[in-house]
Design a protein around this ligand. Structure first.
Ligand SMILES: NC(=O)c1ccc[n+]([C@@H]2O[C@H](COP(=O)([O-])OP(=O)(O)OC[C@H]3O[C@@H](n4cnc5c(N)ncnc54)[C@H](OP(=O)(O)O)[C@@H]3O)[C@@H](O)[C@H]2O)c1
Length: 283
């Protein structure tokens, strides 16, 4: 089956397409392939020319700090371009996958299910939530997965948070993680597995594709040190208030639940299990 995609050369897209290429044929519309998704007309032409029944829309303005300063660009890429893609999918009857973020929530609840109301704090998150609304308005044609801090073996382009921490620990530098914060990092290989099943079942609506149990970034640092054999004394405890002072606001307790996706028989790796896979793949 053919899949028309955007952002397939990014951190998540490049791994998902590598893992799914035996099952699907991908066509990537991205800056790298000469297509700017904010060029609404040329996107519409490319959509009309394609007979792919599914669209993986993974391109986004992903600079969380930059979005606070450049509201217009983030809105144009994450909302207006997504709205145009959704309109094309509605017109042509294509199914649309969109990747949303755990930052959709305000982090004040103990945990979050798919039907909890979003209340994004920062501008990046607000634009991503608006984009998701356009996709969900497609009804049966719209599929939104929420992911958190995606990581993988051998990241390309930008480094994931795991490899940023590993780089510092490797060179004997300390890393600090908040111990009063919760997150649910996503092993990117699990996204590929989840998408295989979601496509097969013609799924629509929202799914949380995240790990369980939730952990703090401080705990994540300790797990990384443990699995990759770094000195655990280099992992320092910080507070959420300290670590995010003067930065784009993000949810403190982003403990999204993954029961809906695991009930489909998909194994979502815990953070430690995901890291063991990364270690095996990087040998
Ligand atoms: N990384 C995270 O922590 C995280 C967390 C939650 C959700 N997400 C979501 O997951 C998706 C994938 O994220 P990622 O981290 O893999 O992204 P990424 O590595 O930052 O890559 C972004 C992709 O978007 C493309 N792109 C950006 N602006 C474009 C434009 N105007 N026209 C065409 N293509 C454009 C880039 O194309 P070029 O490579 O050609 O420049 C790149 O392929 C995004 O929707 C993001 O919002 C990410």
């Amino acid at each position: 089956m053919k899949i028309l995609g955007t952002g397939l050369s990014g951190l998540v897209g490049s791994r998902v397409t590598a893992l799914l290429s035996p099952d699907f044929t991908f066509e990537n519309l991205s800056l790298e392939t000469g297509v700017d998704i904010t060029d609404l007309k040329s996107i519409s032409v490319r959509f009309e020319q394609s007979d792919a029944p599914w669209v993986f829309h993974m391109a986004a303005y992903t600079d969380v700090q930059g979005a606070e300063k450049d509201h217009d660009t983030a809105w144009k890429v994450n909302v207006l371009a997504t709205e145009n893609i959704a309109n094309n999918c509605r017109k042509l009857g294509k199914k649309l996958l969109y990747i949303d973020t755990d930052y959709a929530f305000d982090g004040k609840k103990e945990f979050y299910m798919e039907d909890d109301a979003p209340n994004p704090l920062g501008w990046y998150a607000k634009t991503k939530t608006e984009g998701a609304k356009r996709v969900l308005a497609l009804g049966g044609l719209g599929l939104v997965i929420r992911i958190s801090n995606p990581y993988r073996a051998n990241p390309v382009g930008k480094k994931d948070f795991v490899h940023k921490m590993m780089e510092r620990l490797e060179s004997g530098q300390s890393v600090t993680g908040a111990s009063d914060q919760l997150f649910v990092p996503t092993f990117i290989d699990d996204i590929a597995e989840a998408l295989k099943v979601l496509i097969k079942t013609n799924a629509s609506g929202i799914y949380h594709v995240v790990c369980a149990p939730a952990l703090s970034p401080y705990e994540a640092g300790l797990v990384i040190a443990d699995i990759f054999g770094y000195d655990k004394n280099l992992v320092q405890k910080g507070t959420f208030a300290q670590m995010f002072a003067g930065r784009a606001p993000i949810p403190q307790y982003a403990a999204l639940k993954n029961d809906k996706i695991t009930s489909l028989g998909i194994h979502m790796h815990s953070f430690a299990e995901g890291l063991e896979e990364v270690k095996k793949q990087e040998v």
